[in-house]
Design a protein around this ligand. Structure first.
Ligand code: MLT
Length: 334
């Protein structure tokens, strides 16, 4: 906006005001140019050691290299990921506190009746990261051996079997809900702060089964530490070629992939968001990241999806996609 001064102001005062306005403008531009001038924190909305944490840590190092600043991971677990999202929504919009979140960002607005943030207006989308397949697994000594047997067993023992998840809004919650809907049987669920700790209890035999991302289950499946029934993708996974798809194993409608994205608080300068996005794109093209993702059953999104615009469109589409499915399932939280 142009500066207009009253005609009767002394020239000296006009010069001082002009200098101050110029300094403020230059300062703001420099602050953006200088970004990042301090460490960046990526908030992970689930416990350390779980799948969201794993994906975030894999991209943090190459992003840090690209940005020339330390990238710190902070785990803020609780309320199926909505606790952390609510915190980052209210963080200073300067690009130094950002959020990694997954499909839960698109299911939470329907699942939660009193969400304290709007996923669409509270954030600036930075870019999509990856789309992780899910695997239906169980403790090693759980009786059923195939998906077909699992369905029969769960139906027959619905009052005693226990499903683990990471709370309402988590991918493991969504996947469990889809499974229970598909077989028209609800079972007891135990919520954890993430599927990292839930996996610990599966391994200890404390809970029976779980639907969780391949980034958290591949090691245990390959090591024979858990039983696996199916992957929730249309095709088998390259890293787990012997595991049938849900369609092959008898539940054709039961498919879900867990997409992840990076978010900055709304109001973050566009130039800052673009720098974060460019660093994300660089990280996703890193051969070590691609290799590690493949070992865990996933892949980075295409470069044109790791952009603010593609992510924004995808988020809106996913909110619209999941709304009627969740409403039909009738699962809500306050
Ligand atoms: C995690 O990181 O613990 C998971 O993403 C939780 C989930 O969404 O199931």
């Amino acid at each position: 906006m142009p500066l207009v001064f009253r005609e009767d102001l002394p020239m000296k005062l006009v010069s001082i005001l002009c200098a101050a306005a110029l300094a403020a403008t230059v300062g703001a531009v420099r602050a953006q140019d200088a970004f990042p001038s301090q460490p960046i924190t990526i908030v992970v909305p689930f416990a350390a050691g779980g799948p969201t944490d794993t994906v975030t840590r894999l991209i943090a190092e190459p992003m840090s290299k690209e940005l020339g600043q330390q990238v710190v991971i902070q785990n803020v677990a609780g309320a199926g990921g909505t606790l952390a999202a609510g915190q980052v929504a209210k963080a200073s919009p300067d690009g130094y506190t950002i959020l990694m979140h997954h499909i839960g960002m698109s299911t939470a607005p329907t699942l939660y009746r009193n969400l304290d943030f709007d996923p669409v207006t509270a954030f600036a989308t930075v870019g999509l990261v990856t789309n992780v397949p899910m695997t239906l697994i169980a403790r090693k000594d759980f009786e059923p051996n195939t998906l077909e047997e699992l369905v029969t067993y769960v139906k027959a023992n619905k009052d005693t079997v226990v499903y683990a998840n990471a709370g309402i809004g988590a991918a493991s919650h969504l996947c469990g809900m889809l499974f229970m809907n598909a077989i028209d049987t609800a079972v007891t669920t135990v919520p954890y702060k993430g599927t990292g700790p839930a996996m610990t209890d599966i391994l200890a035999g404390e809970v029976d089964f779980m639907c969780d991302q391949s980034t958290n289950t591949t090691g245990q499946i390959k090591g024979g530490e858990v039983k696996v029934y199916a992957v929730t993708t249309p095709e088998r996974l390259g890293n787990l070629p012997d595991v049938p798809t849900t369609t092959e194993a008898g539940l054709p409608g039961f498919q879900v992939g867990v997409w992840h994205g990076l978010y900055a608080p709304a109001g973050t300068p566009e130039a800052t968001v673009e720098k974060l996005s460019a660093a994300l794109q660089k990280a996703l093209a890193d051969p070590t990241v691609i290799e590690r993702f493949a070992e865990l059953g996933t892949a980075p999104v295409a470069a044109d999806q790791a952009t603010p615009a593609a992510h924004k469109t995808y988020l809106a589409d996913q909110i619209a996609l999941w709304k009627p499915i969740i409403e039909k399932a009738g699962v809500f939280a306050d």
